[in-house]
Design a binder for this molecule. Structure first.
Ligand SMILES: [Cu+2]
Length: 125
């Protein structure tokens, strides 16, 4: 009976840990705001110890502008790199820096800081 109880508690613990892990790693995707006329879309990305939001959803075929705003003073987040798009730009601190993003092809595109330590993702669909 005791063995069974220990087994039950162990299994419960595994489930709880698994759930916590999964929940913790689940990224909240933020959809870019479409302009009233639907001709373009914009999203502001705060850069402060990482990217917020870190997962951005863009509508396919609509010209997109990513407005990066870097608050973080560290050199680490000074550059933002979209390897697949050939984008590698310096983000001025406490200033809005606009990056045009090509949304002609659906897909998932990663981006990162210059040292590839902080990551984000753009989903075009
Ligand atoms: Cu870095």
């Amino acid at each position: 009976m005791l063995k069974f109880l220990i087994l039950l508690i162990a299994m419960l613990l595994i489930v709880v840990i698994g759930w916590w892990f999964f929940g913790h790693h689940q990224e909240k995707a933020t959809t870019a705001r479409l302009n009233d006329n639907g001709q373009d879309q914009k999203i502001r990305v705060e850069v402060n110890g990482g990217y917020s939001p870190s997962t951005i959803v863009l509508k396919k075929g609509v010209p997109a502008e990513l407005d990066f705003y870097r608050k973080d003073p560290s050199a680490c987040l000074e550059r933002v790199v979209f390897p697949e798009q050939g984008i590698n730009e310096k983000l001025p601190q406490n200033q809005l820096h606009q990056i045009e993003f090509d949304t002609s092809k659906a897909g998932e595109y990663e981006f990162a800081c210059g040292m590839n330590m902080f990551h984000g993702k753009v989903i075009v669909k």
